[in-house]
Design a protein around this ligand. Structure first.
Ligand SMILES: [Zn+2]
Length: 267
Protein backbone atom coordinates (compact mmCIF):
# COMPACT_ATOMS: atom_id res chain seq x y z
CA UNK A 1 0.00 0.00 0.00
CA UNK A 2 1.12 3.52 -0.68
CA UNK A 3 2.66 4.91 2.48
CA UNK A 4 1.11 8.32 2.00
CA UNK A 5 -2.40 6.98 2.02
CA UNK A 6 -2.09 5.28 5.40
CA UNK A 7 -1.75 8.66 7.08
CA UNK A 8 -4.26 10.71 5.18
CA UNK A 9 -7.77 10.06 6.27
CA UNK A 10 -9.30 13.28 5.02
CA UNK A 11 -8.91 14.91 1.66
CA UNK A 12 -7.09 18.20 2.15
CA UNK A 13 -8.89 21.34 1.07
CA UNK A 14 -7.17 22.84 -1.90
CA UNK A 15 -6.49 26.53 -1.52
CA UNK A 16 -8.18 27.38 -4.79
CA UNK A 17 -11.49 25.70 -3.89
CA UNK A 18 -11.89 27.33 -0.53
CA UNK A 19 -13.94 30.36 -1.54
CA UNK A 20 -15.54 29.10 -4.71
CA UNK A 21 -19.09 30.41 -5.17
CA UNK A 22 -21.55 27.66 -4.34
CA UNK A 23 -23.60 26.44 -7.28
CA UNK A 24 -26.80 24.84 -6.06
CA UNK A 25 -28.57 21.93 -7.68
CA UNK A 26 -32.26 22.20 -8.49
CA UNK A 27 -33.22 20.17 -5.42
CA UNK A 28 -31.11 22.26 -3.07
CA UNK A 29 -32.51 25.42 -4.58
CA UNK A 30 -36.05 24.30 -3.87
CA UNK A 31 -35.16 23.37 -0.31
CA UNK A 32 -33.57 26.77 0.19
CA UNK A 33 -36.65 28.51 -1.21
CA UNK A 34 -38.78 26.53 1.22
CA UNK A 35 -36.58 27.56 4.13
CA UNK A 36 -36.74 31.16 2.98
CA UNK A 37 -40.54 31.03 2.88
CA UNK A 38 -40.68 29.78 6.46
CA UNK A 39 -38.32 32.52 7.67
CA UNK A 40 -40.41 35.18 5.94
CA UNK A 41 -43.56 33.85 7.59
CA UNK A 42 -41.86 34.14 10.96
CA UNK A 43 -40.63 37.66 10.21
CA UNK A 44 -42.08 40.49 12.31
CA UNK A 45 -41.69 43.70 10.29
CA UNK A 46 -40.46 46.71 12.22
CA UNK A 47 -40.87 49.39 9.60
CA UNK A 48 -43.86 50.75 7.73
CA UNK A 49 -42.37 49.51 4.48
CA UNK A 50 -41.84 46.04 5.96
CA UNK A 51 -45.46 45.83 7.09
CA UNK A 52 -46.66 46.78 3.62
CA UNK A 53 -44.51 44.07 2.07
CA UNK A 54 -45.67 41.42 4.50
CA UNK A 55 -49.35 42.30 4.09
CA UNK A 56 -48.99 42.07 0.32
CA UNK A 57 -49.66 45.75 -0.37
CA UNK A 58 -46.28 45.97 -2.08
CA UNK A 59 -45.66 43.11 -4.47
CA UNK A 60 -42.64 44.27 -6.44
CA UNK A 61 -39.24 45.71 -5.59
CA UNK A 62 -39.79 48.32 -8.33
CA UNK A 63 -42.49 50.00 -6.26
CA UNK A 64 -39.92 50.65 -3.54
CA UNK A 65 -36.99 51.58 -5.79
CA UNK A 66 -38.99 53.88 -8.06
CA UNK A 67 -40.38 55.77 -5.07
CA UNK A 68 -36.83 56.18 -3.75
CA UNK A 69 -37.73 54.62 -0.42
CA UNK A 70 -35.04 53.29 1.85
CA UNK A 71 -35.02 49.58 2.65
CA UNK A 72 -34.22 49.03 6.33
CA UNK A 73 -35.01 45.31 6.66
CA UNK A 74 -33.32 42.60 4.66
CA UNK A 75 -36.45 40.44 4.70
CA UNK A 76 -38.09 42.94 2.34
CA UNK A 77 -35.62 41.93 -0.35
CA UNK A 78 -35.94 38.24 0.55
CA UNK A 79 -39.69 38.44 0.17
CA UNK A 80 -39.75 40.37 -3.10
CA UNK A 81 -36.77 38.98 -4.97
CA UNK A 82 -36.41 35.33 -5.88
CA UNK A 83 -33.30 33.57 -7.21
CA UNK A 84 -30.76 36.04 -5.90
CA UNK A 85 -27.22 34.72 -6.06
CA UNK A 86 -24.31 36.09 -4.09
CA UNK A 87 -20.57 36.18 -4.38
CA UNK A 88 -17.67 37.33 -2.21
CA UNK A 89 -15.22 39.86 -3.55
CA UNK A 90 -11.54 39.21 -2.94
CA UNK A 91 -10.73 42.28 -0.88
CA UNK A 92 -8.08 40.72 1.37
CA UNK A 93 -4.83 38.89 1.06
CA UNK A 94 -3.12 36.00 2.82
CA UNK A 95 -0.12 36.69 4.99
CA UNK A 96 3.12 34.89 5.51
CA UNK A 97 5.94 33.42 3.50
CA UNK A 98 5.98 31.59 0.19
CA UNK A 99 4.38 34.28 -1.86
CA UNK A 100 1.93 35.52 0.77
CA UNK A 101 -0.31 38.27 -0.44
CA UNK A 102 -2.56 35.96 -2.44
CA UNK A 103 -6.08 37.27 -2.77
CA UNK A 104 -8.58 36.20 -0.16
CA UNK A 105 -12.20 37.05 0.45
CA UNK A 106 -11.60 38.30 3.97
CA UNK A 107 -9.51 41.30 4.77
CA UNK A 108 -7.80 40.59 8.09
CA UNK A 109 -6.76 43.50 10.26
CA UNK A 110 -5.50 43.69 13.84
CA UNK A 111 -5.81 46.00 16.77
CA UNK A 112 -3.00 46.03 19.29
CA UNK A 113 -4.20 45.75 22.89
CA UNK A 114 -2.66 45.07 26.27
CA UNK A 115 -3.84 41.45 26.08
CA UNK A 116 -2.41 40.91 22.63
CA UNK A 117 -3.55 41.28 19.06
CA UNK A 118 -7.25 41.39 18.37
CA UNK A 119 -7.92 40.33 14.78
CA UNK A 120 -11.03 41.31 12.86
CA UNK A 121 -12.30 40.34 9.45
CA UNK A 122 -13.98 42.34 6.75
CA UNK A 123 -15.57 41.21 3.52
CA UNK A 124 -17.65 42.46 0.64
CA UNK A 125 -20.65 40.64 -0.74
CA UNK A 126 -22.31 41.29 -4.06
CA UNK A 127 -25.79 39.97 -4.79
CA UNK A 128 -27.79 39.99 -7.99
CA UNK A 129 -30.42 38.13 -9.95
CA UNK A 130 -28.41 38.21 -13.21
CA UNK A 131 -31.27 40.25 -14.65
CA UNK A 132 -31.00 43.93 -13.86
CA UNK A 133 -30.83 44.06 -10.05
CA UNK A 134 -27.70 44.25 -7.98
CA UNK A 135 -26.56 45.09 -4.46
CA UNK A 136 -23.19 45.38 -2.79
CA UNK A 137 -22.33 45.53 0.90
CA UNK A 138 -19.39 45.66 3.29
CA UNK A 139 -19.27 43.93 6.65
CA UNK A 140 -16.72 43.72 9.40
CA UNK A 141 -16.62 41.57 12.51
CA UNK A 142 -14.39 39.54 14.80
CA UNK A 143 -15.48 36.38 12.99
CA UNK A 144 -15.43 35.62 9.27
CA UNK A 145 -18.93 34.16 9.26
CA UNK A 146 -20.44 37.15 11.02
CA UNK A 147 -18.72 39.61 8.73
CA UNK A 148 -20.15 37.76 5.73
CA UNK A 149 -23.63 37.93 7.24
CA UNK A 150 -23.31 41.65 7.86
CA UNK A 151 -22.04 42.21 4.35
CA UNK A 152 -24.88 40.16 2.88
CA UNK A 153 -27.41 42.17 4.87
CA UNK A 154 -25.87 45.45 3.71
CA UNK A 155 -25.86 44.19 0.13
CA UNK A 156 -29.59 43.50 0.35
CA UNK A 157 -30.29 46.94 1.79
CA UNK A 158 -28.28 48.57 -1.00
CA UNK A 159 -30.04 46.86 -3.87
CA UNK A 160 -30.36 48.94 -7.04
CA UNK A 161 -31.87 48.65 -10.49
CA UNK A 162 -29.56 48.63 -13.51
CA UNK A 163 -30.29 50.22 -16.87
CA UNK A 164 -29.21 48.14 -19.83
CA UNK A 165 -29.35 48.59 -23.58
CA UNK A 166 -27.16 48.48 -26.66
CA UNK A 167 -25.12 51.66 -27.05
CA UNK A 168 -22.49 50.09 -29.29
CA UNK A 169 -22.35 51.67 -32.75
CA UNK A 170 -20.67 48.50 -34.04
CA UNK A 171 -23.65 46.44 -32.98
CA UNK A 172 -26.86 48.48 -32.88
CA UNK A 173 -28.97 45.40 -32.21
CA UNK A 174 -31.38 47.19 -29.81
CA UNK A 175 -31.29 44.37 -27.25
CA UNK A 176 -30.20 44.87 -23.66
CA UNK A 177 -26.93 42.89 -23.63
CA UNK A 178 -24.62 45.78 -22.72
CA UNK A 179 -24.96 49.33 -21.36
CA UNK A 180 -26.63 52.15 -23.34
CA UNK A 181 -23.84 54.71 -22.89
CA UNK A 182 -20.44 55.24 -21.32
CA UNK A 183 -20.40 55.75 -17.56
CA UNK A 184 -17.73 56.62 -15.03
CA UNK A 185 -17.47 55.64 -11.37
CA UNK A 186 -15.01 56.83 -8.78
CA UNK A 187 -13.91 55.79 -5.31
CA UNK A 188 -10.71 57.03 -3.71
CA UNK A 189 -8.05 57.27 -6.37
CA UNK A 190 -9.75 54.64 -8.50
CA UNK A 191 -11.71 55.65 -11.55
CA UNK A 192 -13.43 53.18 -13.86
CA UNK A 193 -15.00 53.79 -17.24
CA UNK A 194 -17.51 51.29 -18.55
CA UNK A 195 -18.23 51.42 -22.26
CA UNK A 196 -20.84 49.66 -24.41
CA UNK A 197 -19.43 46.72 -26.38
CA UNK A 198 -20.87 44.76 -29.33
CA UNK A 199 -22.46 41.37 -28.80
CA UNK A 200 -20.01 38.57 -28.06
CA UNK A 201 -17.25 40.77 -26.65
CA UNK A 202 -17.75 39.47 -23.13
CA UNK A 203 -16.87 41.34 -19.98
CA UNK A 204 -13.53 43.01 -20.63
CA UNK A 205 -12.94 44.22 -17.06
CA UNK A 206 -10.99 43.37 -13.92
CA UNK A 207 -11.89 40.07 -12.30
CA UNK A 208 -13.80 41.45 -9.33
CA UNK A 209 -15.74 43.89 -11.51
CA UNK A 210 -16.62 40.99 -13.79
CA UNK A 211 -18.36 39.29 -10.87
CA UNK A 212 -20.41 42.44 -10.26
CA UNK A 213 -21.36 42.96 -13.90
CA UNK A 214 -22.23 39.29 -14.40
CA UNK A 215 -24.56 39.37 -11.40
CA UNK A 216 -26.15 42.53 -12.79
CA UNK A 217 -26.95 40.66 -16.01
CA UNK A 218 -24.64 42.58 -18.33
CA UNK A 219 -23.00 40.36 -20.96
CA UNK A 220 -20.68 42.68 -22.88
CA UNK A 221 -18.65 45.65 -21.74
CA UNK A 222 -15.36 47.38 -22.37
CA UNK A 223 -13.53 49.26 -19.66
CA UNK A 224 -10.66 51.51 -18.67
CA UNK A 225 -9.35 52.00 -15.17
CA UNK A 226 -7.17 54.64 -13.55
CA UNK A 227 -5.51 54.93 -10.14
CA UNK A 228 -4.69 52.31 -7.51
CA UNK A 229 -6.85 49.52 -8.88
CA UNK A 230 -5.16 46.94 -6.66
CA UNK A 231 -7.35 48.28 -3.85
CA UNK A 232 -10.24 45.95 -4.59
CA UNK A 233 -12.63 47.69 -2.20
CA UNK A 234 -12.26 50.98 -4.05
CA UNK A 235 -12.28 49.35 -7.47
CA UNK A 236 -15.51 47.45 -6.84
CA UNK A 237 -17.17 50.44 -5.17
CA UNK A 238 -16.25 52.56 -8.21
CA UNK A 239 -17.75 49.91 -10.47
CA UNK A 240 -20.96 49.89 -8.41
CA UNK A 241 -21.12 53.69 -8.55
CA UNK A 242 -20.74 53.55 -12.32
CA UNK A 243 -23.65 51.12 -12.59
CA UNK A 244 -25.71 53.33 -10.29
CA UNK A 245 -25.12 56.34 -12.52
CA UNK A 246 -26.61 54.47 -15.49
CA UNK A 247 -30.05 54.91 -14.02
CA UNK A 248 -29.54 58.53 -12.94
CA UNK A 249 -29.01 59.92 -16.41
CA UNK A 250 -31.94 61.45 -18.25
CA UNK A 251 -32.72 59.84 -21.59
CA UNK A 252 -34.70 61.34 -24.46
CA UNK A 253 -37.81 59.28 -25.27
CA UNK A 254 -36.70 58.62 -28.85
CA UNK A 255 -33.40 57.18 -27.58
CA UNK A 256 -35.14 54.64 -25.37
CA UNK A 257 -36.27 52.94 -28.56
CA UNK A 258 -33.06 53.36 -30.56
CA UNK A 259 -30.76 52.15 -27.76
CA UNK A 260 -33.10 49.35 -26.68
CA UNK A 261 -33.04 50.60 -23.08
CA UNK A 262 -34.44 48.34 -20.39
CA UNK A 263 -34.64 49.38 -16.72
CA UNK A 264 -34.43 46.45 -14.34
CA UNK A 265 -35.53 42.99 -15.46
CA UNK A 266 -35.68 42.04 -19.12
CA UNK A 267 -39.06 40.80 -20.22
ZN1 LIG B 1 -26.02 45.14 -29.43
Amino acid sequence: MDKRNTFRTRKPVRRKDRFKPVELTEEERLRQAERMKVSIEAWKPRTELGRKVKSGEITSIDQILDAGQRIMEQEIVDALMSNLSSDLLMIGQSKGKFGGGQRRAFKQTQKKTAEGNKPSFATMVVIGNRNGYIGMGYGKSKETVLSREKALRNAKLNIIKIRRGCGSWQCGCKTAHTIPFKVVGKCGSVKIELMPAPKGSGLTVAKECRKILALAGIQDVWSKTFGQTGTTINLSTACFEALKSLGERKVQPENIESLGIVDGAKA
